[in-house]
Write a protein of this length. Sequence first.
Length: 474
Amino acid sequence: MSKTHQAERLDAVVVLAAGKGSRMKSDLPKVLHPIGGRPMLHHVLETAVALSPQRIVCVVGHGADRVQASAEACIAAHSATGLRFALQDPPQGTGHAMQCALSVMADGQPEGLCLVLYGDVPLIRAETLRKLLSAAAGAHGFALLTAELADPRGYGRIVRDAQGQILGCVEEKDASADQRNIREVNTGFMVLPKAQMGPMLARLSNDNAQGEYYLTDLVAMAHAQGTPMVGVAVSDFSETLGVNSQSQRADLERRFQALQAEALMAEGVSLADPGRIDVRGQLLCGRDVHVDVGCVFEGRVVLGDGVRIGPHCVLVDVEVQAGARIEAFSHLQKAVVGPQAVVGPYARLRPGTVLGEGSHVGNFTELKATELGAHSKANHLSYLGDATIGAHVNVGAGTITCNYDGANKHRTIIEDGAFIGSDSQLVAPVTVHAGATIGAGTTLTSDAPADQLTLSRSRQTSIARWKRPKKVSH
Ligand code: UD1
Ligand code: MG
């Protein structure tokens, strides 16, 4: 079956996201806990969008308002449509969740397929789900994603007859001792033909060990009425792992980061240790990029050819152009670092910083909304805020732009080739003209003319016969 044909037949993806997640011990609804910097639910919705269904139905319950707002934002960010919500309150099982979903998907194509996903199972891949959809379409029936586990505890077991036909799926709490020995389990992912789903869901009962309406009871119903039922073995079980606790979230976070690290290395990025990088967004790299240990990348980060990132740096929405180096322990946010520039160690670039080609920003230097021109240097202990600094400028250690008068921010302009002596304060608004030299320790309150030495400093004196006071003993 061609992909488009399959997409046409995928009437709905239902995402179950009503669970409370008590074991997270958090006020945040479980499906909004992040993996890779964005809610688990977004990963699932993005996978759903990749399958191009006619509609996505999100079943919400606990924290419905927040979950709904978050889902809407995610779908809008992907310019997708067709998102609907079904309220399940209180949750009475996965079968009940599907009954709720059904109530908002009565339109659509009766002969279409319905795929069930889980808001707390974020790593499932679209490719795996396409296989499941093809299996259901090919069999004109149900398809279940299954796995053989050495330790099947906690999962619903797949019961088959001697010929290998699937007879049903029995929950662990309802299983006989023999059934508990079955190692083939239900991962939860399921494709259902929409036409048969409604009548079957209507017949569900909650007469079982948990007093819940089990979606998995549909498996035995399908068998009983002769509807084909196929099991598809998942090739990587870790895709189907869900999150019930902080520990499981952290485990999936590492798995997700490992996948991203693998993808970066496959693109040629050199990682000092793929186990010690966190990408919480998009990291786009040119050729021969090297990233040392402990770095965190957030939002959209672009690293040009030959860029080197030292250990323990944080880059948020940053562009680092070819050949630039970010040294250890630097923090950069919404900044552009020009080619061959060197930043850090221990530098802080705040939003609106633009560094020119070959410029240097050294230790304990902070820049905010400041442009530092090509080959200019601010190597030590400075604060440069709201400043426009030209090319080949030397900013001495301890220089501060006094950009804030307590009410308003003002700009400092330093033109090409200026030299700012150490420990100077530039009281904005003020301009240092081209080629000017500012003497060390100057408090500059009016513009410094080009090519002259400007300094504000009381003349140094020495008192020859001065005696240091001595303590008088009584
Ligand atoms: C379910 C399956 C089980 C399978 C296992 C895989 C059923 C009856 N059992 O069991 O066969 O091996 O998943 O992990 O389906 N949810 C709702 N509303 C509800 C109940 C659940 O939205 O009323 C959501 C939960 O938030 C969760 C998911 O559905 O995301 C699964 O629910 P859970 O109760 O954890 O199912 P299991 O008991 O693990
Ligand atoms: Mg349960």
